[in-house]
Ligand binder design. Structure first.
Ligand code: SF4
Ligand code: SF4
Length: 427
């Protein structure tokens, strides 16, 4: 019987079985690594994609048997470490991806190995710093600091320090940091575009740009060039927002599923403090800003009037959930968001509730959800919120959708209260 190749159309990606014990089991993991490495060794098609494959092939070629069985299992980690999960081998190269019976999903296997090691050993400070690309880029991108960091990274002394502190080889290329990042340079692409693209048979006529932390902070000129080419050709672009509330919801839920007692209480606490800010405090900012525009159209406003408006907005948003003597009249001065763009904060509330609403829908019917989620993501930034929801069977104009989102928060509050009483003896 002939076996049909995978990769003849968009590959079928199977979910990771990350909840099962076998997923983290050393023997099962290494057996699977050996099976896949052996197939890759016979194929070698991905030799030039990244450093994982050449590392594997060198290990095999330099072993005594010149087969995968000659490679010490501890050396498998070199292959795993060189994979940065770009997905290229899976998406574009491998003919043995599902539905092929060899069922090769190299990036997922690397992810599984990384997850198994993380569960056992946690992450070193070095790994945490190097993986926090956005936080590092944010700090290193502060004006003046950016120039100092870039100059240090170009000096021999600086590279020695970097090698000593974080293990970054002194000869490895290290990119520059920019204080004027791509998101700042391409600010005009945020928000709805007035230019309509012309859809063709298989396109929607519009392109969404994901800047990535690397493009955003290290090579903003690449993003700018890309936008210039698309705009020159009359294809409107939108800038994708980076925060994924839905992913955050999944991570929080996964954490809650594993945690108990004080740790669970701590996680709920962090989550609810953030949710409170996004839902309640941002509503106070929305009320304040609405009032500001209303009054400012009639004349200038003094600082005391702004303070009075701020406390009134907080009183309305928080109700009896806040001791009003702790309200902050100068929030309008502290929050830089007010000075960048109008109603800057509001999309966070919308995003959080939309993500939680999606999660509620996922819990109701996971199979249907999975079938539509990729499509929803591919349309984000191009369709209106109503269209996005409708394509997924959600009516964002119906209060019930938002109530379902708030129900997710409500159940976490109930959980928190019960746990606080049990663990902390709090009523
Ligand atoms: S997913 Fe990993 S192994 Fe595959 S091409 Fe990207 S970096 Fe290489
Ligand atoms: S991932 Fe697939 S295409 Fe790439 S080397 Fe392995 S078997 Fe070959």
């Amino acid at each position: 019987m002939t076996q049909r190749e995978g990769s003849l159309e968009a590959p079928t990606r199977h979910s990771l079985d990350w909840r099962s014990d076998e997923f983290y089991d050393d023997k099962a993991l290494f057996d699977e690594l050996e099976r896949v490495f052996d197939i890759c060794h016979g194929c070698r098609r991905c030799f030039n994609l990244c450093h994982s494959f050449p590392t594997l092939f060198d290990l095999v070629d330099e072993s005594e048997t010149m087969e995968v069985d000659g490679v010490a299992r501890k050396d498998y980690w070199q292959v795993v470490d060189h994979c940065y999960l770009c997905d290229m081998c899976y998406m574009t190269k491998c003919p043995y991806v599902p539905p092929h019976e060899w069922n090769i999903d190299f990036p997922h296997l690397m992810l599984r190995a990384k997850a198994a090691r993380f569960r056992k050993q946690g992450a070193s400070m070095r790994d945490k710093v190097l993986a926090a690309t956005d936080a590092v880029g944010k700090f290193a991108g502060i004006p003046v600091i950016a120039q100092v960091v870039n100059a240090t990274n170009r000096s021999k002394f600086g590279r020695k320090m970097l090698e000593g502190a974080l293990g970054v080889h002194h000869a490895a290329p290290v990119p520059d940091y920019h204080s004027k990042n791509a998101r700042k340079r391409l600010k005009h692409l945020r928000g709805p575009s007035t230019v309509r693209g012309e859809p063709t048979e298989s396109t929607r006529g519009k392109v969404v740009l994901y800047t990535t932390c690397y493009g955003n902070r290290n090579h903003p000129e690449i993003d700018e060039d890309l936008v210039a080419v698309f705009e020159h050709n009359g294809i409107p672009m939108a800038l994708a927002e980076t925060a994924s509330i839905f992913c955050e919801t999944l991570v929080v839920e996964a954490g809650l599923a594993r945690l108990e007692g004080p740790e669970r209480l701590a996680q709920l606490d962090v989550d609810l403090v953030g949710t409170n800010q996004v839902i309640v405090d941002i509503r106070s900012r929305f009320l304040f800003e609405s009032e500001l525009f209303r009054r400012r159209s009639r004349g200038t406003l003094s600082a005391s009037e702004l303070c009075e408006m701020m406390t009134a907005a907080q009183a309305e948003a928080y109700g009896d959930g806040l001791d009003q003597s702790t309200a902050h009249p100068y929030m309008w001065l502290l929050k830089p968001h007010y000075y960048g763009s109008h109603f800057y904060n509001w999309p966070y509330t919308y995003g959080l509730l939309f993500g939680l609403g999606l999660f509620a829908r996922y819990q109701e019917d996971p199979e249907h959800f999975r079938a539509g989620y990729d499509d929803l993501l591919s349309r984000a930034g191009m369709d209106t919120a109503e269209e996005l929801g409708a394509a997924f069977g959600l009516d964002v104009t119906d209060g019930a959708f938002w109530t379902a989102s708030l129900d997710v928060v409500r159940s976490r509050i109930d959980d928190y209260a019960a746990l606080a009483a049990e663990v902390g003896g709090l009523e």
